[in-house]
Write a protein that binds this ligand. Structure first.
Ligand SMILES: Cc1cc2nc3c(=O)[nH]c(=O)nc-3n(C[C@H](O)[C@H](O)[C@H](O)COP(=O)(O)O)c2cc1C
Length: 448
């Protein structure tokens, strides 16, 4: 369990005047961590990030320090840092707020990471739709160049560092790290076979670290306050805080920075966060980590929103998107919504994903529209098996995890709410009738 009292890190400046400007950031202690990091040197920085138990916030939860240590320091090739700001997972909307409210926190993390990894060129890859965020980030970057933080010298040191903001064309697949690298190279965003992993063969064939926006915004806190302090904020194997996105059927949807012991139920019910459900509604199901995560039924929500806790219940913390469904939600329709997304976003490279995502969508749609046949539930589970054997944990048959992401929700919806699927087939209609919904709105209220 954590032994350090919780305090907000990533969102601590949100709402303060000028939080997105260099002046605002510096007023709140910004770029002190970079100064400290330059004194520490690369090896000590990587060691601190390892000891901090910082884990990737983009989806897989991979230990950040370990990833950094895979970069071959003696490679004569240039090394790159690619920042993943693609953020297209349904239910996930935190990185855009980090970029809007405090872009310098991520930029400071980028500068520290680059120095530690011997990177002189980095790219921030943003989802195509993030025009506003790209403009805010570019302004912040221009300020940082003018202040001598980026450019020919890194805070006055003989260390050139360039950073470029790149907008994609709005494709979910380009958030997958190797598709992102292909896209940065100007190619179609098709994931690459791994190994080799990007840390060894990445952008332009050179060693590359890919990290999420929130992961990099966490780095200054590790350096500023120390690895031990950061590690002790969380449980044994994950340090720090988490920024989660709460949406669906709750009174106060929004982006909340939470200590890692907060459970799904607490996030929904707490006056600090979701403030409960609309009057008379009960929790039927919750997706805890973005739409790729298996669904939890209403009696499974006393689980902490933390990597290991969710893994222990064969689920995942993913990208922090918590979607709440109430007792008026038709689970078939909700799954149809999720399945359609993956069928649309599959890049088509692997047959099980290309065919399977479309196939499962057709079956789910037929069930919802009253055209389901006896045996359709088994058929759905067979399609799941063909895309991602060994559900509920996946380990797919495809080059990247989009196949798993599409199949595992189907497996969990169908196994946990099977009676509802069967009722649709038997009654040859949706028992929820006209006007029902897949789930509540994806809104964002405040932040706390
Ligand atoms: C289909 C797919 C989409 C993904 N989309 C994103 C994304 O939008 N943002 C992100 O940070 N990671 C995304 N990921 C995870 C990345 O591949 C990668 O694990 C992550 O960027 C690594 O950064 P981290 O270690 O800091 O989390 C996606 C993965 C898959 C399979």
């Amino acid at each position: 369990m954590s032994t350090t009292p919780f305090e907000k890190l990533i969102t601590r400046n949100w709402g303060k005047p000028g939080s997105h400007t260099l002046d605002g950031y510096k007023k709140n202690g910004g770029y002190k961590a970079l100064e400290k990091a330059l004194e520490m040197g690369p090896a000590a920085i990587i060691d601190a990030v390892k000891k901090s138990n910082l884990r990737g916030r983009g989806g897989a939860g991979f230990p950040t320090g370990m990833k950094w240590s895979f970069v071959p320091r003696d490679s004569p090739k240039p090394k790159y840092l690619a920042v993943n700001g693609d953020e297209s997972e349904p239910g996930t909307f935190k990185d855009r707020y980090i970029l809007e409210n405090d872009p310098h926190m991520m930029l400071e993390g980028i500068a520290i990471a680059s120095y530690a990894l011997d990177v002189h060129t980095c790219y921030v890859y943003l989802r195509g739709e993030f025009k506003k965020q790209a403009e805010i980030l570019q302004k912040a970057l221009d300020e940082a160049y003018q202040a001598g933080i980026f450019g020919k010298k890194l805070l006055g040191r003989d260390y050139p560092l360039d950073c470029y903001v790149v907008r994609g064309a709005g494709a979910y697949i380009c958030g997958e790290e190797t598709a992102l690298l292909e896209s940065l190279e100007g190619k179609k965003g098709w994931p690459r076979l791994k190994p080799p992993f990007p840390a060894v063969v990445g952008l332009f064939g050179c060693p590359t670290v890919v990290n999420n926006v929130e992961t990099l915004a966490s780095v200054p806190h590790v350096i500023e306050r120390g690895a031990e302090w950061y590690a002790k904020l969380g449980p044994e194997r994950s340090g720090g805080t988490r920024v989660v996105c709460l949406s669906g059927s709750v009174n106060r949807p929004g982006v909340y920075e939470i200590p890692l012991h907060v459970t799904v139920r607490e996030l929904i019910e707490s006056p600090q966060y979701g403030q409960g459900m609309p009057p008379g509604r009960k929790v039927k199901a919750v997706i805890p980590g973005g739409s790729s995560a298996p669904v939890l039924s209403g009696d499974e929500i006393d689980v902490a929103l933390e990597f290991e806790a969710l893994k222990n219940v064969q689920n995942m913390a993913g990208s922090g998107g918590v979607i709440v469904m109430d007792d008026q939600t038709c689970m078939v329709r909700a799954l149809w919504r999720v399945a359609r997304f993956y069928a649309e976003e599959s890049c088509g490279q692997c047959t099980p994903c290309r065919e399977g995502t479309a196939w499962q969508t057709r079956i789910i749609r037929a069930i919802e529209e009253g055209r389901g046949q006896p045996g359709d539930v088994e058929k759905l589970l067979n399609v799941v098996q063909a895309i991602a054997p060994y559900p509920p944990i996946g380990l797919g048959n495809t080059i990247c995890a989009l196949g798993d992401a599409a199949a595992l929700p189907t497996h969990s919806f169908v196994t946990k709410f099977r009676a509802e699927f069967e009722a649709h087939i038997q009654e040859k209609r949706c028992p929820f009738g006209a006007g029902h919904h897949g789930w509540g709105h994806f809104g964002s209220g405040g932040f706390a």
